[in-house]
Design a protein. Structure first.
Length: 204
């Protein structure tokens, strides 16, 4: 039987069902067949959308960088982010990847006028009365190791909280940390591959 579901991975949870060496894993929140696994990962200290399935076709297309699927992140940063920093993010910044200098691809980024409607984090970020925070939306078509955090740090605004809200048309809207939503095969293909023909949407 094929399974298709999306989850809101909580903060400080390892993106796997096997042992987390003393850390919480997905197994502490979700009871699924042993052949169901997450497509890609979210860092231990990041939150948000993970797609779980045992459909290997999706795994190949979603993780292949040549397909450049859009991923949307909501990022709370330390300080009131400037228009100049937003522009730098959009144009690409230099970060370190595996010890080598890497220039990120151009992307879309903008600041939220008001904080987005996100659930409270447990534990909450540290509060410092003298230093404000702000929220930024970043849309990437690549996924280097800890890329978003490295990007915001490169423009002078370290990440305090990182939530992956969307992959293509698949979102965590309406979910709270630790919650899951089951999807049909047709829904999952439609959300992840919206520009493909009907054959891909049905998975036939």
């Amino acid at each position: 039987m094929e399974y298709y579901c999306i989850i809101y991975k909580p903060f400080n949870v390892v993106s796997q069902f096997t042992s987390g060496e003393g850390k919480q894993t997905l197994k502490d929140y979700f009871d699924l067949p042993p052949d169901v696994y997450p497509l890609g990962r979210l860092d231990y200290d990041s939150e948000g959308l993970l797609i779980l399935t045992n459909d290997k076709k999706i795994n190949h297309e979603l993780l292949n960088p040549t397909f450049e699927h859009t991923r949307e992140y909501w990022v709370q940063v330390d300080g009131e982010i400037t228009d100049e920093a937003i522009q730098d993010l959009q144009n690409g910044v230099d970060i370190s990847v595996d010890g080598k200098l890497y220039r990120t691809k151009k992307c879309k980024a903008n600041s939220f006028k008001n904080a987005p409607p996100v659930p409270a984090r447990n534990p909450p970020i540290r509060f410092r009365k003298s230093i404000p925070t702000s929220w930024v939306k970043i849309l990437l078509t690549e996924g280097r190791n800890r890329q978003v955090r490295k990007m915001t740090a490169a423009v002078g605004f370290p990440t305090l909280r990182l939530i992956r809200f969307r992959i293509e048309k698949c979102t965590i809207e309406g979910l709270l940390p630790g919650e899951m939503r089951m999807l049909t095969k047709g829904e999952m293909y439609h959300f992840l591959f919206p520009n493909r023909n009907d054959r891909h949407k049905t998975g036939s």
